[in-house]
Design a protein around this ligand. Structure first.
Ligand code: ZN
Length: 485
């Protein structure tokens, strides 16, 4: 934990989560990523005169999911407001958001710090709003700034915390947990690098033990989890330096420059009055029936903390492994599907976290497109458990399964990889190895017992790794003892 001698940082985070709906929040345009510029627009999201917004019900359902998941209150009645400002990527000249009456408030997100300490951050509000477009700044040789309005009207959920966070590490832990919740709810990809999750931070610093908050700055353009941590640390140290000089921190909005690792002044802070918020006249009051809220509550999936506890209990695996497996919902689902056909939870967890994640990371792939089905993975693990193939062979077989999508037995059969368990056969192999290595045998008999592993290795080599290790071990011991006497 970073320590700021004599000072305490006070941090609040505003996260914008892009909702995974097919269409935009106030029109039927598609939200699909990577479409040609301005091909996903219509009079509504371009704000042409006379065009009227219609609220996408799914965005409300997603907001309700999130509010319930963090234990907040879903407001039975809320409203939309216009946030007015000029920017080239905002053709309407305003953004439809929620201001004084957001759809949700309260609740909290719990997270565990690296030292194992549990903490919670209260949620101030959760509201719906639309995204703005994108300015594409000139590359070399292009004299124009180009505008792409495809993102105008893409639904965002803004999640604002209370100023409960006390260090950059906590901010990081909070964000990781928030992402996990969003992913479990299947309402946001949580991909910060792609801008599907964006974070702004409010930071102030006060002398330790003081209640009164210092004046704060807002830090924008934080586009990676580690970036948030670094930027916060930078800003905290900058503010402490100012306070130590006896000066005051000026309220301002700063832009984090990831490449240079510095925060640059963007503007001295505008107040919310500057946006001239007023009630959106083209949208009615948003009224949510209790019945619908209950329906959504019933359909909520198991949340990450509950899942971790269940994995430990049900599959008997280590907490650390349960945390890794539940870090990603598809991975957790895959594991559970393997466990439907296999009975050793820890073995399956080890296999997933080393073999499968290893192959996926080599191929820059996600579990969603992995060629081996959970059923086939379970099949392989059962082959190992029944000693039909060795652990080493299993790894090779698995690699081939991942490349070809073929089943275990198909590959074993064709490549003759079946493990040799026949004692007669193995005894012959061992005797041959000892015969071929008289010097080593001599040394072994003179007391160099470490050569035992050497003999095992030779047997493995002769059998192409197919000798069943336990049996070889046992037989070799027996034979060597016989020779000793
Ligand atoms: Zn549109």
């Amino acid at each position: 934990m970073t320590v700021y001698e004599g000072f305490e940082p006070v941090i609040g985070l505003e996260v914008h989560a892009q909702l995974l709906t097919e269409s935009k929040i106030f029109c039927a345009c598609q939200t699909s990523f990577g479409a040609p510029p301005n091909s996903r627009t219509c009079p509504v999201c371009l704000g042409l005169p006379g065009a009227l917004p219609v609220l996408n019900k799914k965005t409300v359902a997603y907001a309700v999911r999130m509010i319930l998941a963090v234990g907040g209150e879903v407001r039975r009645s809320s409203s939309f407001a216009r946030k007015n400002y000029f920017y080239p990527d905002l053709p309407k000249g305003y953004q439809i958001s929620q201001y004084s009456r957001p759809v949700g408030s309260g609740g909290q997100v719990e997270y565990i710090l690296s030292n194992g300490r549990k903490k919670a951050c209260r949620i101030n509000r959760i509201h719906l709003e639309e995204d703005a477009g994108k300015s594409l700044h000139p590359e070399s040789g292009d004299p124009y700034t180009r505008l792409d309005f495809n993102r105008c009207g893409v639904p965002l959920l803004e999640i604002v915390t209370e100023p409960d966070i006390r260090s950059p590490e906590e901010a990081y832990a909070y964000l990781v947990k928030l992402k996990l919740i969003l992913q479990h709810l299947e309402i946001c990809s949580g991909d910060m690098e792609k801008g599907h999750l964006r974070c702004d931070a409010n930071i102030s610093v006060r002398p330790k033990g003081k209640k009164k908050l210092g004046s704060r700055t807002e830090l924008k353009n934080l586009n990676s989890f580690r970036g948030v941590e670094k930027a916060l640390d930078y800003e905290i140290r900058r503010q402490i330096k100012i306070l130590k000089r006896g000066d005051e921190v000026e309220r301002a909005t700063l832009l984090w420059d990831e490449n240079r690792q510095v925060a640059l002044l963007m503007r001295t802070k505008e107040e919310s009055e500057d946006y001239r918020y007023f009630r959106e006249p083209d949208l009615p009051e948003l009224v949510i029936e209790n019945e619908w809220i209950e329906e959504i509550r019933q359909s909520l999936p198991e949340m990450p903390d509950a899942k971790i506890a269940r994995f430990i209990e049900q599959y008997g695996i280590r907490r650390y492994d349960a945390e890794l497996l539940t870090e990603n919902r598809s991975l957790a689902d895959y594991y559970e599907n393997v466990m439907a056909h296999f009975d050793n939870g820890q073995t399956a967890a080890n296999w997933m976290l080393t073999e499968i994640l290893g192959l996926l990371s080599d191929a820059h792939e996600g579990i969603g497109t992995f060629k081996v089905s959970p059923r086939n993975t379970a099949d392989l693990l059962n082959h190992v458990q029944n000693r039909e193939i060795s652990g080493r062979t299993a790894k090779e077989v698995f690699r081939e399964m991942a490349q070809t999508g073929k089943s275990v037995s198909e590959i074993i059969e064709r490549n003759g990889l079946k493990q040799i368990t026949d004692e007669k056969k193995l005894r012959l192999e061992i005797e041959k190895v000892l015969e071929d290595n008289p010097e080593q045998l001599e040394q072994y008999r003179a007391g160099k017992t470490a050569l035992f592993d050497y003999f095992i290795g030779q047997v493995m080599r002769r059998t192409g790794g197919r000798a069943e290790p336990e049996t070889v071990n046992r037989l070799l011991k027996k034979i060597l003892e016989g020779i000793k006497k």
